[in-house]
Design a protein around this ligand. Sequence first.
Ligand code: ZN
Length: 170
Amino acid sequence: MAVREIVIHPAPVLRRKARKVTDFGPQLQTLIDDMVETMRDAPGVGLAAPQVDVLLRVIVVEFGDEEDEEVPPKLYSVVNPELVKASSDVVTGVEGCLSIPGFAGEVDRSLEVVVKGQNRRGQPIRIKASGWLARVFQHEINHLDGVLFIDLAEKVWRLEEEDNQLLAAD
Ligand code: ZN
């Protein structure tokens, strides 16, 4: 496993549409392992393949329980993820992005989503998420279509050094 370099906005790769994964061979396995390591190293709660300069539809998300710190964070790696359901109930929250360091913005996201995709072996998976986890999935799936949180945010602002440490960036 290796930590890869995170691509920083306005790199063109962040604006392109990622391709569907059809080959679940060793290259994909290495990519996913490296993405997990890169996300943890950052640290962040999610990462999409275009953020490490790979135009494939792959995301990783690692997030613990919002209410209970004792619950260990759960790791999701999703290949070809799709939002198959997104609640019309939206919540406003503050987001950051590892590719846009030093900035945060308020973004409205669906409170609940269902994500369909494949696991790293190519088997179908379906994930129901709500709250912050649902937000992270929406943010990461946006990356696969070249959409960044700054496109959706009502307000974007520059973070102070100390705020930067506190914000869970993805
Ligand atoms: Zn991001």
